[in-house]
Design a protein around this ligand. Structure first.
Ligand code: ZN
Ligand code: CU1
Length: 195
């Protein structure tokens, strides 16, 4: 990378930091969750969302009125946690699966993603295999994990490393009886995410 490119990058970073720093008037009401309609497809994987099971996500970026919809909480986080999106998040919505059926979550059950509790590593399946189970109330998340396994996490606990682990665990479950950890990297022991 040459020096000019570096300078441009540094400038861009500064601009991003400045934007993030001057949140200013937060009086504006948050853009609401939108209904999931028949033609909606996932911003990450392109799947049609409406008929898929499991909690879904919606994201609003700062200074952008467009809503981005996701087939699963997992795909939503995969998008949000990209370095180029992380600092641009305005707010996001996820289904509270305590108050709506897992198989067909309803449009009136969206809650703020940043306030939700998430169960990772449980035995239910969403649109893309494993998806984080989202709840408004901590005790609902606890009860779910007692029935279905997994650990309860807050929004800020979720990172790309966790998503990678969940996807890997999902793959080794699908290839049932196969040897997890056989596909090259070696050494990883299939342990759950530790914080
Ligand atoms: Zn998707
Ligand atoms: Cu998908």
């Amino acid at each position: 990378m040459n020096r000019a490119t570096l300078a441009v990058r540094a400038l861009a970073m500064t601009a991003v930091l400045m934007l993030a720093g001057c949140g200013g008037s937060e009086d504006k009401p948050l853009a609401p969750a939108q209904p999931i309609t028949d033609g909606d497809s996932c911003h990450v994987c392109g799947m049609l969302i409406s008929d898929l099971p499991g909690p879904k996500g919606q994201v609003y970026l700062s200074r952008d009125d467009a809503v981005r919809k996701f087939c699963s909480t997992t795909d939503m986080f995969a998008f949000l946690l990209q370095p180029e999106n992380e600092n641009r998040l305005s707010h996001a919505w996820v289904h509270d699966v305590a108050v709506t059926p897992w198989s067909q979550p309803a449009d009136d059950a969206f809650i703020l993603a940043s306030d939700a509790w998430y169960v990772a590593g449980h035995d239910q399946r969403g649109a893309m295999g494993h998806t984080l189970a989202s709840f408004r109330e901590r005790h609902h998340a606890d009860a779910f994990s007692e029935t279905h396994g997994g650990e309860v996490l807050a929004f800020s606990d979720i990172d790309l490393e966790l998503l990678t682990e969940l996807a890997r665990a999902d793959t080794s479950m699908q290839h049932n009886g196969g040897m997890p950890g056989h596909e090259g990297h070696g050494g990883h022991g299939g342990t759950m995410h530790g914080h």
